[in-house]
Design a protein around this ligand. Structure first.
Ligand SMILES: [Zn+2]
Length: 286
């Protein structure tokens, strides 16, 4: 079985991307796993601090590992956006394959200092762990938005390649996620902003490590393809599967009549998530 590091390296070399999808529950996990398995591509299961709290931090690690072992399948888990050292440490200690420290709201100096501390801790526990850092605020939550959230890095505030270079060099992260026009969430009434593809290219060169695109939901297909060709090796999708889950669950609850077995009522949601995941993975692995 290849390690997550090897799989990321392969995606980076081949100019494809690995899909990263978040879960809150077991329906999400099966939907994502089944979608990836039908295409036979590796996949990363993400869990934010809120999602971890709901599912259980150690429990996510255990179920993802159980799929990896039972099916001999490259499925990995990532602790998405740890906003404190304590939260980061908890994820490392629980055995996550990858962990993100999110210091995007800090000054660059503070962000570097805290991320470096996280990298050192992670390596001391598990030399194989993948650590990601980020600069440039892109919003907090994977939800439907009325407008672009305050403080989101757009235009001149997007990640600068010289900052990316310094950040990676001084922190030692394995992966870097920039702000390049991407936002967490989907705008309700208008299309999400377009990505600055040229910026992706320059940041990838200067940073020297594979890049991660957060806030993939709502991004135009052609932007995905160009961004992946320019150095994005992992794409995060959350909002789109949350919408698929809610819409299908609403329909199931409206039509389930006397049925009370959750596993029957929620069956359609697993399929709805699988469809979104498959569609995205087909695009990312081109
Ligand atoms: Zn994110």
């Amino acid at each position: 079985m290849k390690t997550l590091k090897q799989i990321i390296q392969e995606a980076d070399n081949g100019k494809t991307a690995i899909g990263h999808f978040n879960i809150s529950n077991i329906e999400g996990l099966w939907g994502i796993f089944n979608g990836a398995k039908e295409l036979n591509v590796p996949v990363i299961i993400g869990a934010s601090e809120g999602e971890r709290k709901f599912f259980g931090t150690k429990q996510i690690v255990a179920v993802v590992k159980s799929l990896r072992e039972e099916f001999d399948y490259p499925i990995f888990c990532n602790a998405d956006h740890c906003h404190s050292y304590e939260s980061f440490k908890e994820a490392v200690d629980a055995g996550f394959d990858a962990v993100i420290y999110d210091g995007a709201k800090l000054s660059l100096d503070e962000n570097i200092k805290e991320t470096k501390r996280c990298v050192e801790y992670a390596r001391s526990v598990n030399p194989e762990i993948v650590v990601e850092g980020e600069t440039g605020y892109i919003g907090d939550s994977s939800k439907l938005l009325d407008s672009i959230p305050d403080g989101v890095a757009m235009n001149d505030a997007m990640t600068k390649s010289e900052d990316a270079e310094r950040f990676v060099k001084e922190t030692g992260v394995d992966l870097f996620s920039p702000a390049v026009g991407n936002i967490h969430g989907i705008l309700k009434d208008i299309a999400n902003p377009r990505l600055d593809i040229e910026r992706v290219k320059v940041i990838r060169e200067k940073a020297g490590v594979p890049l991660v695109l957060h806030g993939g939901s709502g991004i135009a297909d052609e932007d995905f393809v160009s961004a992946i060709k320019s150095g994005i090796a992992i794409v995060h999708i959350n909002t789109e599967i949350r919408i698929a889950y809610k819409e299908s669950a609403k329909e199931s609850f409206a039509n389930c009549g006397e049925e009370i077995a959750p596993y029957k009522i929620m069956e359609k949601s697993v399929l709805a998530i699988k469809d979104v995941v498959k569609k995205r993975l087909e695009l990312f692995s081109k």
